[in-house]
Structure formats: C-alpha cells, structure tokens
Design a protein around this ligand. Structure first.
Ligand code: PLP
Length: 392
C-alpha cells in the first residue's frame, strides 16, 4: 500500500539517523569538526610564550613556512593571519584590480569570494561537477567559448565588456579538482590560476600535493580545518618574484632595514603571529595520523549506510587522494532539512553545504553560468561529523 509521503519522511529520517548514531560516540554534542589539542601542542605554545616571541616575528613562523614547503613540495610559503587574507594577497600579488572579473565556483565558502570584492573586482560564478565537487572543466570550456573573446590584452567577457583575469578553483571538502584540465583552460585563456586549498591540506593528485597546478595556492588553519593554528593560513607558490611581492604586501610593504620604517606602498598586516605558528607547527606533525584516521572514518560511515536505499556516501573519484576533510552524505532533497533537524535535536552537528554564492544578497547580480550541479549538490548534500577522534 502506498502511504502519503509526509508520513514516510520521519521513518526514512529515523532509519538514517539511527545508523549515524551507531557510528558515533555516546557523548554529546558531536561537533562537525573540532581540533585535537595534545599535551605536545600545549608545550609548544608554552615554550613560545616563555620565549616572549608571541607576535608577528619569531622563529616558529619561518619553521612553519619551511614545513609547509616540505609537506606540499612547493618552494615558497608565506604564513598569514587566515586563509582569507592569504587569498587576498594572492589576488594582490597577481595584480587583480577594480572592474576585473574573476571566475570562481558558486559552491564554496564565502571566504573564497570576498577577497575578489576587496580588490574592487567582480566574481563570475561557474558550475561544479558531481564527482569532484570542484569547477567542471568541460562545462567551463564550453561556457568560455560562448561568452569570452581572447584578445592580445587577455580574455574579455563579451556580455559585460570587462576583462576576465583569473580563475579560482576550490578543492571542495578536500577532494582535488581536475587540475590538469583546469590548468589547460587557464593557459588557453591567459588566466591567473589560484587554488583555494583551504580544505585540502594533505590531498594529492597525480602523485603531487594540491597546489602544483595553480600560480598561487592558499591554505587555512582555522579551528575546524584538518589542522589548526588557532587561526591562520598560508600562501604558497612556485614563482619567487610572486612570493616576494606577496610577502612584501602582507608585511605593510615595509622595506627591510635595521631601524627605519620605510614603506613604499599601501600594505597589509597579514603575517601570522609566532604564537599561532607554534601551535600550527605542532599540529602539522600529526597530519599523516589525521589523514589515516579520516580514511578510517569515511569507510566506517560508508559501511554503516551502504544498504540504506535513500542515501549514499559521496566517494571521491578513485584517481585522486582526498584528505576527507568532511565526509559528505547525499540524501534525497526532501529529507535534507528533516534529517538536519533530527540530528541537531540529538546534538549531532550535521551541516548542509554553504548557501551557493549567487544566492547571497551581495553576489546576487554577479555574472554567472547556469549552475544546475551547484543547486543539486546544495539541495542534496549533508556534511557528517568528521573530527579525526571519531575514527574507529
Ligand atoms: C576556510 C575556508 C577559507 C577561508 O579560510 P579562513 O582561514 O577561515 O579565512 C577559504 N576558502 C574555503 C574553501 C574555506 O573552506
């Protein structure tokens, strides 16, 4: 017999929720993603406090930058106050200015897009793909053929008349986007390529850490990322001149001198404090441990929901290595909000995707492609609690 769907929804939600509860520890609340603070972290922070070097100079900053170069295989790193400031420096260093357009995914955290407006430039939203959750290179290529002209001075949007100068790609939830294809598009259209790897420390593609395809790459060490410095971020790149320009602009554009304060342009105070670097460095030493834990947690969830008819766990494509920052459950749209409500009543912090950027009031009128995959992912995606400590 066929029942009206309103009566069926609570049962379907209950079936999913009981599987999730069975996966998780009994203590409540269960956060979406929380940092783990060890006694080693406390010692590192205490030692930094005892040294007196707590602010924007100190040895831990350079050590963290070196360690990030080692982990990523990239030659230059600059530690910043957060991921957003790193992205702002990437745009500054890349010369993006007023009335430029920057291609960016609509499915991302707002921190990807705000720095474009800091520069007086305009975000131009493009769609993502269902498999990697990142910018869809096939769709982007078709779209640029439709709306853009390649002139000697660069790429121009035929509809707005503005120059399109850059493409920001996000490794969503830690899954590497299709970088070789996206890099080829950026080269063909003369676009600066920026990788927003805020969620993707430890993620790899074709044997390399993410960040090797972009001209510039950013990381975040916010409290909910895979490792945290209490706050903080980093800008990474291959090109030495670009790295120096970004470092200069992020250090109040101060010219090096033993005592004189000479600044040659308007600069920013974006350097990470040594106190945060001490914590970040201590946490970074546990990255591989966390990567292992997150694979185990992903498998654990997968086994728990595998036979449920309504849901499936999102699997990163097998040809790339995600850090599994957040595990994503795909649910029928009509179950998303009821499941969120039921989970929050149990103090389990499930979370939907970010409201897509083109739906936010300040970005509503920005140029964009059709965004069907972004909309579908927003309607059907739920991020599950993914702290490393939850791994079996
Ligand atoms: C966290 C995040 C940022 C910003 O990082 P903050 O350190 O919070 O400024 C940018 N982009 C994405 C995709 C993020 O997840």
């Amino acid at each position: 017999m066929c029942m009206p769907s309103e009566q069926v929804v609570p049962e379907r939600v209950g079936a999913i929720l009981s599987r999730l509860i069975a996966c998780l520890p009994a203590e409540r609340p269960v956060a979406l993603h929380e940092p783990e603070i060890t006694s080693g972290d406390r010692k590192a922070v205490d030692a930094c406090l005892a040294s007196g070097w707590i602010s924007s100079a100190g040895p831990q900053i350079a050590r963290l930058e070196e360690a990030l170069c080692e982990v990523t295989g990239l030659p230059h790193a600059l530690a910043t106050v957060n991921g957003t400031s790193a992205l702002h420096l990437a745009l500054l260093g890349g010369g993006i200015g007023p009335d430029d357009e920057v291609l960016a995914p609509a499915l991302t955290f707002v921190g990807t897009v705000n720095p474009i407006r800091f520069q007086g430039a305009w975000p131009h939203f493009v769609d993502c793909e269902d498999s990697t959750l990142g910018v869809d290179p096939d769709r982007l290529s078709t779209y640029l053929d439709q709306i853009a002209d390649l002139r000697p001075e660069g790429c121009f949007n035929r509809l707005t008349g503005r120059r399109i100068v850059a493409l920001i790609v996000v490794h969503v939830l830690g899954i590497p986007a299709r970088m070789p294809q996206l890099q080829a598009i950026a080269r063909r259209w003369k676009l600066l390529l920026i990788e927003d790897a805020a969620e993707a420390l430890g993620s790899r593609l074709d044997g390399r850490h993410v960040g090797h395809w972009g001209d510039l790459t950013i990381l975040s060490f916010n409290g909910n990322k895979i490792i945290s410095a209490g706050g903080g971020g980093a800008l990474l790149c291959q090109d030495e001149a670009l790295a120096q320009r970004a470092r200069h602009l992020g250090t109040t554009a101060k010219q090096p001198h033993a005592w004189a304060f000479e600044h040659d342009q308007v600069g920013y105070n974006y350097r990470m404090p040594n106190l945060n670097a001490a914590l970040g460095l201590s946490q970074l030493a546990r990255l591989s441990e966390y990567l292992d834990a997150k694979v185990r947690l992903h498998r654990h969830y997968n086994a728990a929901v595998a036979d449920l008819p309504d849901v499936r766990l999102h699997q990163p494509p097998a040809d790339r290595q995600s850090n599994h920052w957040l595990t994503l459950l795909r649910v029928p749209p009509e179950l998303r909000d009821p499941l969120l409500a039921a989970a929050h009543a149990e103090q389990l912090q499930l979370r939907p995707f970010w409201t897509p950027m083109h739906r936010l009031p300040m970005y509503r009128d920005c140029p964009r492609d059709a965004l069907p995959v972004t909309e579908a992912l927003f309607e059907s995606g739920l991020c599950l609690p993914s702290s490393p400590r939850l791994a079996p």
